[in-house]
Ligand binder design. Structure first.
Ligand SMILES: [Zn+2]
Ligand SMILES: [Zn+2]
Length: 465
């Protein structure tokens, strides 16, 4: 088997890998780099296209996050004969997220905030969505390519990361011997609030393609979800009791729904008064609906729980309505998670940060230069430290409570090692992580499992696995 990564290999970037198994070509993920625009954000598909011996027969999408799904319409256009596979939930999420991505790209051009032409339009996305094939978990489907001499088959396993997320198990015959590969996608081994931890194949695999997002994060394994829940509940209760507003900037897919479930838990336990209004907005509401519709057909900790069972109001769209809403204690779970400019969370943060009675609680990943991380850094330096979270608004004093909490949907690095223990691969290829993250994984796998061959390929490297 041949393996090569088409996305960036030394940062998180766009997840997209090509494997060639005895004439069958498969793309694992079709992500786009969230920090880039236009063709720059797309994996290097040209490298596959220009090689006549590298067909693309199938595309498998592990989950609906942008860095795994965002360039699918480009891939479909480039390889029109490829069959596209995903879980049913990822398919319904992609029908929400890809048109939204098309609209966002168009809007940016119309506003003049970019000159980069949109990669695809809403019509393109709708036209190809009927091609996607969805599969039940742990059920075989055919992955043989046109030129395959032997059968190749696939199976999806719950990855415990967000709704619809899967790991991909591939089986084929090589030199008369059955071989297996497992692609982790993004993994969450532990239960979250709505979705349970991952479930993996029982038998050992030959090759493991393993994500390494949290490989360089020594702190992640020190935090327990339970302790973080408790800390967040206390912090929220403190702000609300003194008449403040709680802003939780969240990612629309995954964190938003998990946090709403947590707010419900705080209310049930009496930590937060049941009458405190919760506001939500934008695309996350459509995604919450997809969570609810699939609650009996996808893995859940409690299939009775509905995200819209959590009492919530739509955030007022007018400035007047918003001012009115923020006059009394309330909770806002709105995007974007990193509080980027021109998003609702950024706009509301500008209204709150100078008043010390409010609280901004960061519950997801925020890269160092994002407004969310800048605000946290300023507040940690002391009350009143000046910070610019919006260039048009200018510097503001960070007076409100700002705290960061760890509710990652990713496995921390000890859990990634326990995955190695479970799947007992002969070879591991590390993907989807920064260099330092992968290096930690390499060092530790070599130490604990010296019999396993571990590889950390750079983009463009072609491995014979
Ligand atoms: Zn993800
Ligand atoms: Zn990812």
């Amino acid at each position: 088997m041949i393996f090569t990564s088409l996305g960036a290999s030394e940062e998180i970037g766009a997840s997209c890998h090509y494997i060639l198994i005895d004439g069958t070509g498969i793309l694992l993920d079709a992500g786009a780099d969230p920090e880039k625009e236009g063709i720059e954000s797309v994996p290097d598909l040209q490298r596959i296209l220009s090689n006549p011996d590298w067909p693309v027969d199938h595309v498998i999408v592990s989950h609906a996050h942008h860095d795994h799904l965002g360039s699918l319409p480009v891939v479909v256009k480039m390889f029109p004969h490829a069959r596209v596979h995903m879980s049913a939930a990822t398919r319904s999420l992609s029908d929400i997220l890809l048109p939204a991505s098309a609209r966002l790209q168009r809007r940016k051009v119309e506003e003049g905030s970019t000159e980069v032409a949109p990669l695809f339009a809403e019509e393109d996305v709708e036209a190809c969505s009927y091609l996607y094939q969805s599969h039940e978990l742990e059920t075989d489907f055919d992955l043989s390519g046109l030129k395959a001499r032997f059968e190749v088959s696939g199976e999806l396993y719950d990855a415990g990361h967000v709704l619809g997320s899967v790991g991909v198990h591939i089986t084929w015959v090589e030199n008369g011997k059955e071989r297996t590969l497992f692609f982790s996608g993004d993994t969450g081994l532990r239960n979250q609030t709505i979705i349970p931890g991952a479930s993996y194949p029982d038998d050992p695999v030959d090759v493991l393609l393993l994500e390494s997002t949290l490989g360089a994060d020594p702190d992640a394994e020190l935090f327990t979800r339970k302790a973080e829940e408790k800390r967040l509940g206390k912090a929220m209760s403190k702000v609300l009791k003194r008449g403040g507003v709680v802003l939780m900037p969240v990612f629309a897919l995954g964190r938003a729904q998990e946090m709403l479930a947590l707010v419900e838990r705080f209310k049930t336990r009496g930590l937060i008064d049941d009458s405190v209004p919760v506001y939500t907005a934008g695309m996350m509401r459509a995604i919450s609906d997809a969570y609810d519709k699939s609650r009996q057909t996808t893995p859940r900790l409690n299939e009775e729980f509905e995200v819209f069972g959590v009492k919530q109001r739509r955030l007022p769209r007018t400035q007047g309505g918003l001012n009115e809403a923020l006059k009394q204690p309330c909770i806002l779970a709105v995007g974007s998670g990193m509080m980027f400019e021109r998003t609702i969370s950024n706009k509301i943060a500008q209204m709150l940060v100078e008043n010390e009675k409010h609280g901004v609680f960061l519950v997801g990943y925020a890269r160092d230069d994002s407004p969310a991380a800048l605000l946290a850094e300023a507040r940690a330096a002391g009350k009143g430290t000046m910070v610019t979270i919006n260039k048009a608004h200018g510097p503001q004093a960070a007076n409100c409570d700002v705290e960061r909490f760890r509710f990652s949907g990713h496995s921390h690095r000890r859990d990634l090692l326990s995955m190695v223990d479970m799947l007992q691969p002969e070879k591991i290829v590390l993907v989807h992580g920064e260099k330092a993250a992968k290096q930690w994984m390499v060092d530790n796998i070599k130490f604990f499992y010296p019999e396993i061959e571990v590889m950390m390929p750079a983009t463009n490297d072609v491995l014979e696995v």
